[in-house]
Design a protein around this ligand. Structure first.
Ligand code: BMA
Length: 339
């Protein structure tokens, strides 16, 4: 055994199913997937690419809801078991620092991360091109937007769940304003969640076919005694369009722009009907993970085919062993990413 441990809270209520006997992979799907079906709200046709976390006696989440006018926005959901969700019918009302409504023109692919006593939501929105929006809340009633951390164009921002060397740290993926055909994961630091800098390259696409076009951060990194476990998405361009799979890497704990281990195999790729068939076929897009430090259980939340939300399970031991057994670093991975 590799003696890897999650550094985090206990979560006895984490959704869980044991690994099926015939499963060849390190990650297995919840048998009742998808957990959110079509038309979940009167105004929302599809919910996918969404993030959840423990809150109070249960769970809370920020959900990408595709409105019937085609514009995505972010909806709040609550659950007692993290599998059955109830949504607020209206999209989240974001305000500026004076409490005045300050809504993005659109907002998609939200992540939700708690740092100290504050919950941060980050998403992709327009600011003269797609870039990252951020808001904070402590009560899930008031959501105050902060300054946008990056210039356009940028997507897939993911905050680390604690400060590192005294600073907030966020991953992001610079892009263009279309269906970007390139993209590496970068890291930026901030002393205050307002001013961002010290940008570093973390990792790029690789020659592994499933991630040879672009990659992007997925769930908030999970702290372990061996480094930060990062779930990310990797994309290949096929003759039938982009295919999104889920990859895993371990980043250095104090200098997370350094990749220590990187799994050359994807850990989950589209193969079930709800991943292969939908508004955009062949998409597995991770945005969150629940963890239980006591048992090492992990529940990954991922968008399926731009139409549904799915859950998949693994344990930190099983996944780490798999990563080590298929470990392959690429040029620039094991460097601070500064030029
Ligand atoms: C990406 C993002 C995701 C989406 C994916 C597949 O560029 O826009 O929201 O899931 O494309 O369509």
């Amino acid at each position: 055994m590799a003696d890897i441990k999650i550094i985090g809270s206990s979560l006895a209520a984490i959704p869980w199913q044991d690994k099926p006997a015939n499963c060849p992979a390190p990650v297995w799907r919840y048998s009742e997937n998808p957990i959110i079906g079509r038309n979940p709200l009167p105004d929302v046709a599809r919910i996918f690419n969404s993030a959840v976390m423990p809150y109070g006696d249960g769970f809370i989440g920020v959900f990408r809801g595709e409105q019937r006018n085609g514009i995505p926005n972010i909806y709040l959901g609550r659950s007692s078991d993290a599998l059955h969700w109830e949504f607020e019918p209206e999209k989240i009302l974001f305000t500026d620092e004076n409490g005045k409504p300050f809504m993005p023109l659109y907002a998609y692919d939200p992540r939700l991360v708690k740092v100290e006593d504050t919950y941060y939501i980050m998403w992709c929105q327009d600011a003269f091109g797609p870039t990252i929006g951020v808001a904070k809340t402590t009560d899930f009633k008031h959501f105050q937007r902060l300054e946008n951390p990056y210039l356009p164009y940028n997507r897939n921002a993911v905050l680390f769940p604690r400060k590192i060397n005294g600073n907030y740290v966020m991953l992001s993926r610079p892009c263009d304003n279309g269906h970007t055909a390139f993209g590496d994961i970068f890291l930026s630091e901030s002393p205050d969640m307002l001013f961002w800098g010290r940008h570093r390259h973390v990792m790029g696409k690789s020659d592994n076919w499933w991630e040879n076009l672009k990659i992007g951060g997925g769930a908030a990194p999970i702290e372990t005694n061996k480094g930060w476990l990062l779930f990310y998405h990797g994309v290949v361009n096929t003759c039938n369009g982009y295919v999104y799979s889920i990859g895993a890497a371990i980043l250095d704990i104090d200098e997370p722009s350094r990749v220590i281990h990187r799994c050359e195999n994807y850990i989950l790729a589209p193969e079930e009907w709800y991943e292969e068939r939908g508004f955009v076929p062949n998409v597995c897009f991770p945005c969150a993970a629940l963890t239980d430090a006591d048992t090492g259980r992990i529940a990954i939340y991922y968008g399926c085919a731009d139409s549904y939300v799915g859950v998949a399970f693994t344990t930190i031991d099983e996944l780490y062993e798999y990563i080590l057994a298929h470990d392959k670093l690429w040029e620039g991975d094991d460097t601070p990413g500064r030029r």
